[in-house]
Structure formats: C-alpha cells, structure tokens
Design a protein. Structure first.
Length: 142
C-alpha cells in the first residue's frame, strides 16, 4: 500500500483551485483546461469545498440553471473528506467507495497539497497488479 504522496509526485498538473464567488462557467473552463474532474474551492488558503462535474450536472444542468449566472459556492460540496500525504491508497479507495465520491483533497498541516482521484487509485492498483503478474511469470519461467 503506497502513500498518497507517491501518487501526487507523479501528477503533472498542480492542484486546480477556484474561489467560491467565481461562476460555475469559470469552473467548467478550468476543468476542461486542466482535463480534471474536480477543483478544490479555496477562500485564500482555506479549503471550503470541492466542485466536480457531478455537481454541475446534478445542480445546474438538470435544474435548468445558467452556469454563467451561478456561483460555485451555491453548488459545491462543503463537508469535504480529506486525506494526508501519508494516507495509503487502499484507505483512499475505501473512503471513496464508502462515501461514493471520486476525488479527495490531500491536506498537509492545514495546506492543500493535491487532489487524488479514483482514476489515480485505479491506475496505481493496475500497475501494482501488472508488476505482481510479471514477477510471478518470471518466477514460473525460471
């Protein structure tokens, strides 16, 4: 079980942030620009929420709201689960499954240092399984 810090070190994109008073349209632009599924919502250095594609579809698109007139703070998820850089990937996977979420901000000493997604976890898990299979095949062949 790897710590989340290992996965964060592999990420090319720094944590993507937006302010609560920005528009949902601005959030969508950032999501598309950085090819991510969620943004941390920050008031200065304080984490106040997360906004995801899921928030947009359920709270704007399906309700007929206009993303250019709707502020991030009106649709963001407020009570955010967070993990530390030392949290193991399997623990993150369990949290995501239990809470039915796809993204976890990573907080170190009160400071947001990254965001981990279910895709990051699954990619790591697949890599781990592929390594194990290669080792077993090598053992069998020798």
């Amino acid at each position: 079980m790897k710590p989340v810090s290992v996965l964060l070190a592999r990420q090319a994109v720094p944590v993507c942030r937006i302010r609560p008073d920005d528009t949902v349209f601005s959030a969508l632009q950032l999501l598309a620009q950085h090819e991510v599924g969620a943004l941390v919502v920050m008031e200065g250095d304080k984490l106040v929420g997360v906004i995801s594609e899921r928030d947009y579809t359920r709270k704007v698109a399906l309700q007929g709201k206009n993303s250019k007139d709707t502020q991030v703070d009106s649709i963001m998820t407020r009570n955010v689960m967070v993990v530390s850089p030392s949290t193991g990937t399997r623990v993150c996977m369990a949290i995501m499954r239990e809470k039915k979420i796809r993204h976890l901000p990573v907080v170190d000493e009160g400071r947001v240092v990254g965001m981990i997604s279910i895709r990051d976890i699954l990619d790591d898990l697949l890599e781990e399984h592929e390594f194990t299979i290669a080792q077993l095949e090598s053992y069998i062949a020798s």
